[in-house]
Design a protein around this ligand. Structure first.
Ligand code: SF4
Length: 236
């Protein structure tokens, strides 16, 4: 999309005028959501999965790793260990071998096996649809729990803040924090609850396709007129 004059003016704003009032942030986020919905009507989680259990495993494995790499390892993992009972009965060595390419493989293998054991022991092999219960499982933090609840069960329990969401919401002037918990709190104040789940998915798509960390494609970006471009060089 071509950039507009208004867009370029906005793009040249400085950090000093990036402090929006809450009402201005709500207005801006509304516009941003409208654009994102048009750009990415089918907002989907990039981690391949066919069940809540698979999504939980894949999300734990995705820490400090790209979704693409996770998607390369999970087919074998899910074929060998299709459910919580099978993964709980696995050997650490077998699981480590499969998840080795994902980094932190010893911890990740221990976490997914411990999580599966927790499901079998305490939840009858089912994924609890409750954030407080989910975070009692090994390797499951608030972000992982929110991904599973939102993506699989359609339960908005929070807003997932990954590296793309953190970067873009700062650029858009929706938060001034780099702390995911504070960002999530800031966003929950301004994003309508009905949009919590897809807002993250869509920003993540945008971060991969347009607002790429080292080379954001601002002049092709449909969010340009809503973006402070905080910390970036002015557009010429
Ligand atoms: S590419 Fe990123 S920094 Fe550039 S206008 Fe779009 S959202 Fe803002």
């Amino acid at each position: 999309m071509q950039s507009t004059v208004a867009g370029k003016q906005s793009a040249n704003r400085t950090d000093d005028d990036s402090d929006l009032l809450l009402s201005e942030k709500k207005q801006r986020v509304k516009s941003v959501i409208r654009v994102l919905k048009k750009l990415y009507p089918e907002a989907e989680c990039a981690l391949h999965h066919k069940s809540a259990f698979q999504l939980l495993v894949a999300t734990i494995l995705s820490a400090q790793c790209t979704d693409e790499r996770v998607n390369q390892s999970t087919p074998e993992l899910f074929r060998k260990f299709p459910d919580p009972a099978a993964l709980a009965n696995s050997s650490q060595e077998d699981v480590e071998r499969i998840v080795r390419p994902l980094g932190f493989f010893r911890n990740k293998a221990a976490n997914i096996r411990g999580m599966a054991q927790g499901l079998v022991d305490r939840f009858d092999g089912e994924i609890p649809q409750d954030l407080e219960q989910l975070v009692t499982l090994p390797g499951v933090g608030r972000k992982t729990a929110s991904v599973v609840l939102g993506t699989w069960f359609g339960i908005p329990s929070g807003i997932v803040v990954d590296t793309h969401v953190r970067r873009i919401t700062n650029l858009l002037g929706l938060t001034k924090s780099q702390n995911p918990e504070i960002i999530e709190r800031d966003l929950m104040e301004i994003v309508p609850k009905s949009e919590w789940i897809n807002f993250s998915h869509r920003l993540i798509h945008h971060g991969r396709q347009i607002c790429i960390a080292r080379r954001p494609q601002c002049t092709s970006c449909d969010l340009l007129k809503f973006c402070n471009r905080t910390g970036l060089d002015p557009l010429v």
